[in-house]
Design a protein around this ligand. Structure first.
Ligand SMILES: [Fe+2]
Length: 381
């Protein structure tokens, strides 16, 4: 290779690195970040397969969280105990490793190939470390053109590993904060529901049902998560309603009912004061409008049809279903089957047909026992 060709190759490498590092920071959700890091690395280096191994929180195992290439499905979720194999060696030493023929190498852990049925020949493994925190290692397998990985490949992989580790670290912090936020919202909802023994668990159940309906109608996962949080908080305004009113057995007077209706407006007011404002918009709408009904008979504004925000329409169905099945001092509650019939009766008039149908098919799938309903794993919150 002459000097011009070498220079050209170097420029191409830098361009590839530049593209890859831009791509690496385009997502924050963990699953996407995992796949993204691995795909960029495989693309830049030219690997036939690859696996991203992430250390678990107690640092005792590395788990395959993303894999591409033959036998990828089998490799996913494989766990390697601390100290075993090349993936741990590079992580503990902080040094990347290039192996031309793995079968002749002392650190090669055959177990993974045996378990997955994959034939590894050449290997490139880089550690992912940020501020001395061991995040995981990234393994590239079998150079695409059939030859071995070169020293140049190793240099490129190391250059990209630093960017990858940073992207990974950011997404892990984002994930932790998000989990903390969801658990705080859940706690808040549980405290709220606990004021009235008859509504214990109400917000949590409504949030689950709303999430399942949203998944059924094909809502995007990030939107589903936003809906779940909004649904947990839909009745937050009940904090401003007196206990004796909320827990009053039997019929309410007109004045008492209109006082209780205020929980929608109070809730929206509470949530509208939370930061960041733009992130709370849909939760505010949901708290305010979950008692609105399609034909305009709901409250507080008597909105009709599409004027009712989608989240509120979904939570309206979930909330009504849970309210109907709840046992109260003055009513033994409907069975799930009776509640489903009631929803069907109001289909298209009070509740959107598509949302009622989604709830009904959820009920049918679990044979009317929602405690056994299983949702898809990748959507679970
Ligand atoms: Fe409500």
């Amino acid at each position: 290779m002459n000097e011009t060709e070498q220079l050209e190759q170097r420029i191409q490498e830098l361009m590839a690195l530049w593209d890859a590092s831009k791509e690496l920071n385009s997502h924050l959700e963990q699953d996407k970040v995992f796949d993204n890091i691995l795909q960029q690395m495989m693309h830049v280096i030219g690997a036939g397969a690859g696996t991203l191994w992430i250390a678990d929180t107690d640092g005792q195992h590395l788990q395959a969280v993303s894999a591409f290439g033959a036998a990828a499905e089998e490799i996913l979720d494989v766990k390697v105990p601390r100290g075993q194999g090349v993936v741990w060696k590079v992580l503990e030493s902080g040094q990347a490793e290039r192996i031309e023929d793995v079968t002749r190498h002392a650190d090669w852990n055959e177990r993974i190939d045996q378990e997955s049925g994959f034939m590894t020949s050449s290997l490139l493994t880089v550690p992912l470390i940020v501020k001395s925190q061991l995040l995981g290692s990234l393994q590239l397998l079998n150079k695409r053109d059939g030859e071995f990985f070169t020293e140049q490949d190793l240099r490129l992989a190391e250059a990209l590993a630093h960017q990858s580790a940073l992207a990974l670290h950011n997404s892990q912090m984002y994930d932790e904060l998000n989990r903390m936020l969801i658990s705080m919202i859940r706690t808040l909802a549980t405290l709220l529901d606990a004021r009235d023994p008859y509504t214990a668990g109400h917000s949590g159940r409504v949030a689950n049902y709303a999430l399942w309906i949203a998944q059924k109608i094909g809502m995007a996962p990030s939107e589903c998560e936003e809906l779940y949080k909004a649904a947990l908080l839909h009745d937050i305004g009940k904090i401003g309603i007196r206990d004796d009113l909320l827990q009053k057995p039997g019929r309410l007077t007109k004045e008492e009912f209109s006082a209780i209706q205020q929980h929608t407006v109070i809730g929206a007011g509470i949530l509208a004061n939370m930061e960041p404002r733009h992130a709370m918009e849909r939760a505010v709408e949901t708290a305010k409008s979950h008692h609105e009904r399609l034909n305009g008979s709901g409250y507080p504004e008597g909105l009709q049809g599409d004027a009712i925000p989608l989240f509120a329409r979904i939570v309206g169905v979930a909330d009504t279903f849970d309210a109907m099945t709840t046992v109260r001092p003055y009513s033994k509650g409907f069975t799930p089957q009776e509640s489903a019939e009631e929803l069907l009766r109001c289909r298209g008039e009070l509740f959107e047909a598509e949302l009622v149908d989604a709830m009904i098919s959820i009920l049918e799938e679990c044979d009317y026992d929602l405690s056994t309903y299983k949702t898809e794993r990748r959507y679970r919150i």
